[in-house]
Write a protein that binds this ligand. Structure first.
Ligand code: NOJ
Length: 494
């Protein structure tokens, strides 16, 4: 095989345009000069028991505050994350999302990176404070301009957009004026914003996700104070916030039905509490289902069943709600999006009152670069299987999955992120297992397209397939980008 130029040399050559670079990066640094023999064969024929279903959607995911930057452009107002990240002691490396990946200006290059992977879908989020800088009231006339440009670019590249309406960047004005999600004004404001976006963008966006990871937003943002808005509320108050977010989800579903073009689809993108049978016996599997329903009582369960579980309602920390709230929260959805990173609990059947024990993690249980990210590939098999079984869900997306890695460049300048590849290979193998058993999985969005602002961890945890040099904004594919590209080309784990 002919020697390929190192990516640094390629970049150094002034004769090569940015556009051309993305192409070269995709085909040379990814370790491929053409689709591999295996992918060509898989595409043609050949009995391959391990393929994903035909039409399975392969994508990547990002979110507005984590990648866009341009926080003061085109009339954008401040969000709770702008305020929080600028407070001393909130972000481990003292960084902010002020510039992040500068995606606002570099989206064309970024769409080329998506295309180079062979992805056909992109999940991104819309920044509410760009659209309504004050949270409510008059929309910013330039508020959707950036997304218009992005959508046109995606469409030209043949990449289907999946838009998340809320990935935690609440307009600061709503937090200041009415206490954010602690009050009922915010769900209503969210519905108005959703209606406006749906009306304007549903000519090109066919699938909307309402709210990203309600659980983390409540727990870290309103309980631990480690995410914006940095509140440390009581358990009851946190459950009230969760209820308001669930209400916001339901109102947004209704707003989209009322204002979007016919056929627009909508659902949540939640990090369901994942309950894995410690050993796959029928007793443990049943216990893990019971645990899934109970441990997601405050959000997914009420959304799917229209009522809080008896145990949740009976607890001293239960939220206050009306019957009408529950009807709104359980408005029918088109699909369920689940972010799956790690097993939250390994479950063992038990003859106690709740019917299960949550096995404690031994101190020696391994983790990825981030201490919280324990590898448990079977989580991505069990979460979709449980939700499909419990709630007869007909359409499921993995809205996020991935890991951070040290990502040190090797002597030759390449990033051989073997731990990320190991993680992805194992998770995707379990995902394929689920599809092969008929779990109705429609697609998978890898977190993330590129390294970005990882909230309280700043730029210290890198989740991207593309390495980003935050000084120069240079994007360089890691080896995992080649792995993902090959997997997509084969429609099977590479
Ligand atoms: C889930 C969140 O939605 C995303 O914003 C975050 O970067 C990833 N987890 C990794 O922590």
């Amino acid at each position: 095989m002919a020697a390929r130029p190192q990516i640094r040399e390629v970049m150094a050559s002034k004769r090569i345009s940015r556009r051309r670079f993305a192409g070269i990066a995709a085909w040379s640094t990814l370790g491929l000069s053409a689709p591999s023999v295996a992918s060509a064969q898989a595409g043609k024929s050949g009995p391959n028991r391990a393929t994903f279903p035909r039409g399975f959607v392969w994508g990547t995911a990002t979110s507005s505050y984590q990648v866009e930057g341009a926080v003061n452009e085109d009339g954008r107002g401040p969000s709770i994350w702008d305020r929080f990240a600028h407070l001393p002691g909130t972000i481990s490396d003292r960084s902010t999302g002020d510039t992040a990946c500068d995606h606002f200006h570099r989206y064309k290059e970024d769409v080329r990176l998506m295309k180079a992977l062979g992805t056909k879908a992109y999940r991104f989020s819309i920044a509410w404070p760009r659209v309504f800088p004050d949270g409510t009231g008059k929309p910013n006339p330039k508020g959707l301009d950036f997304y218009d440009r992005l959508l046109d670019e995606l469409s030209a590249a043949g990449i289907e957009p999946y838009a998340t309406l809320y990935h935690w960047d609440l307009p600061q004005a709503l937090q200041d004026r009415s206490g954010g999600w602690t009050q009922r004004e915010t769900p209503k404001a969210f519905a108005d914003y959703s209606a406006y976006v749906a009306k304007r963008l549903s000519d090109r966006v066919k699938c909307f996700f309402t709210i990203n990871e309600c659980s983390r937003h409540v727990h870290l943002g309103h309980g631990e104070g480690a995410d914006a808005p940095g509140l440390k509320l009581s358990r009851q108050e946190q459950n009230q916030v969760r209820h308001h977010i669930a209400l916001g989800h339901g109102l947004a579903v209704q707003a989209i039905r009322a204002h979007a073009r016919a056929g627009t689809k909508v659902g949540p993108a939640e990090n369901a509490v994942s309950c894995i049978p410690a050993i796959e016996t029928s007793e443990n599997i049943r216990a893990a289902e019971v645990a899934t329903r109970e441990l997601n009582a405050g959000y997914l369960t009420v959304m799917m069943e229209g009522k809080y579980t008896d145990a949740y309602q009976a607890s001293a920390d239960a939220p206050k709600f009306t019957a009408e709230d529950l009807r709104i929260i359980s408005s029918p959805i088109d699909f369920l999006g689940v972010n799956v990173y790690t097993p939250d609990h390994y479950v063992v059947a038990a003859s106690n009152e709740r019917g299960y024990t949550l096995a404690p993690f031994p101190a020696s249980f391994p983790h990825m670069k981030a201490g919280w990210l324990k590898p448990g590939p079977e989580a991505i098999y069990w979460v979709p299987r449980h939700v499909a079984k419990l709630w007869k869900v007909k359409s499921i997306y993995i809205t996020e999955n991935g890991t951070s890695s040290s990502d040190q460049p090797a002597a030759d300048g390449s990033i051989y992120d073997l731990d990320r590849i190991m993680y992805l290979r194992n998770y995707l193998t379990q995902l394929q297992r689920a599809t092969s058993e008929g779990v109705p999985l429609r697609g998978y969005f890898l977190w993330s397209l590129m390294d970005n602002f990882e909230w309280g961890d700043g730029f210290e945890q890198r989740f991207g397939l593309y390495h980003v040099d935050f000084e120069t904004q240079r994007r360089t594919p890691k080896l995992s980008a080649a792995f993902y590209r090959e997997t997509i080309a084969r429609n099977a784990v590479a």
